[in-house]
Design a binder for this molecule. Structure first.
Ligand code: GDP
Ligand code: MG
Length: 163
């Protein structure tokens, strides 16, 4: 694939759920770099006729030593640095948190193109979140549901210009 997409956001917003949906069974490899990205995963993502390299990020689960914040930051920064486009994900049901702001800062400062997705927006969740998420300064939030596969047509439309 020519294009690398990084899925970035605080833990528990649904990044891996989207990654799994887009990669399906085509998971290419598990990257195991001690001290930095022990559970970073990448694979070949498919959405309609688009094929891309997709990088999932995690950051929390294996922070056995060292500063948690530093590890989250290093892993996310590495993924952002190699991305052609960043999918920045927030949780439409939870509202914005301080961690959302922190990760958004990294993305903003990278000056990489960003698609802001508000996940867990199945049904009618997320209309109030839309205003909140706009304040991140990353553009208009796109409601999606990784779990239920909703909003992926809009995501497709947003990705097409990068190909
Ligand atoms: P990550 O830490 O950002 O990778 O988040 P995960 O993909 O592990 O998901 C965290 C939790 O959110 C899990 O319990 C998922 O089942 C749930 N989740 C993920 N996507 C959705 C969604 O679209 N809607 C709802 N309601 N829950 C979701
Ligand atoms: Mg995850």
């Amino acid at each position: 694939p020519r294009i690398t997409v990084a899925v970035v956001g605080r833990p528990n917003v649904g990044k891996s759920t989207l990654f799994n949906r887009l990669v399906g069974k085509r998971l290419a490899l598990v990257d195991d770099q001690p001290g930095v990205t022990r559970d970073r995963r990448e694979g070949e993502g498919h959405l309609g006729d688009l094929v891309f390299r997709i990088v999932d990020t995690a950051g929390l689960e294996h922070a056995a030593d060292g500063s948690l914040q530093a590890r989250m930051r290093a892993q996310t920064e590495a993924a952002i640095a190699e991305a052609d486009v960043v999918l920045f994900m927030v949780d439409a049901r939870a509202g914005l948190t301080a961690d959302d702001e922190r990760f958004a800062d990294l993305v903003r400062r990278s000056a990489r193109p960003v698609i802001l997705v508000a996940n867990k927006a199945e049904g009618r969740a997320a209309s109030t979140m839309a205003y909140e998420a706009y304040s991140l300064g990353l553009g208009d939030p796109m409601p999606i549901s990784s779990e239920h596969g909703e909003g992926l047509g809009d995501l497709y439309d947003a990705l097409v210009p990068f190909f």
